[in-house]
Design a protein. Structure first.
Length: 238
């Protein structure tokens, strides 16, 4: 177990490089040649930060658990990159050169934020869930989704690509909001379910779907009364 440690200015290596079953709290890594934190399986991190590293902020093998960790201004492909079975809660990634947050399969991302990263805000691996997250002003897609995911109660605003995008099938999208992205919710593969979402201000379209989807009706209320409506309705408004 490590607590309140600092790894700084390594000219050849990672800030922290640790194996399996480690616990870290309130540690910082910055200005390192490689990644800030390079971690094995089954690690538990809380209140740690990684910034201004030349690699990733955090990279962890399977079953990682990160709480209230921040990756900022790192130059690698991802600010936070965790393998399958991992869980991120109340973490943030901002101003990284690549994507903000990237997960493997079977992961949870809960109440996290990804802002002003160079590429995607959040990349959600197969069979994963993102809930109550914010993706804001990233250079590409706000939330990129792979197969069989749950994407619930997230907000994706002012990103350079779509707010929510997937070329994969089998996912469930509900109670998300997309504002002022290139496109709102864009799904190019069949067999997704899309209900109770809201989109506005996306110039290339609020909802773009192809193939066979299970999708609630899309309603643009204007000045009309919005009730009664189908309880699964998606909204597009100005």
């Amino acid at each position: 177990m490590l607590s309140a440690c600092v790894a700084v200015d390594s000219t050849v290596e990672n800030g922290f490089k640790l194996g399996w079953n480690c616990v870290l709290s309130s540690c910082s890594a910055y200005d390192n040649k490689k990644s800030g934190f390079n971690l094995g399986r089954n690690v538990l991190l809380s209140d740690c930060s990684a910034y201004d590293n030349e690699g990733y902020g955090f990279i962890a093998q399977e079953n990682a658990n990160l709480m209230r960790c921040n990756a900022s201004r790192n130059l690698g492909s991802y600010g936070i990159n965790v393998a399958w079975g991992s869980r991120l809660q109340e973490c943030s990634a901002d101003k990284n050169s690549g994507a903000g947050i990237y997960t493997g399969e079977g992961c949870q991302i809960l109440s996290c934020s990804s802002t002003e990263n160079g590429d995607q805000g959040i990349v959600l691996g197969n069979n994963s869930m993102a809930k109550s997250c914010i993706s804001f002003k990233n250079g590409n897609t706000g939330v990129l989704v792979y197969y069989n995911c749950q994407v619930v109660e997230n907000q994706s605003n002012e990103n350079g690509g779509s707010g929510f995008y997937s070329s994969s099938s089998g996912s469930f999208y509900a109670r998300n909001h997309a504002y002022k992205n290139t496109r709102g919710i864009a799904l190019t593969a069949s067999e997704n379910m899309v209900v109770l979402n809201s989109c506005t201000g996306n110039p290339s379209g609020d909802y773009l779907t192809s193939g066979t989807q299970t999708i609630g009706s899309i309603y643009s209320p204007g000045t009309l009364a919005i009730f009664p409506l189908n309880p699964w309705t998606n909204f597009s408004f100005k």
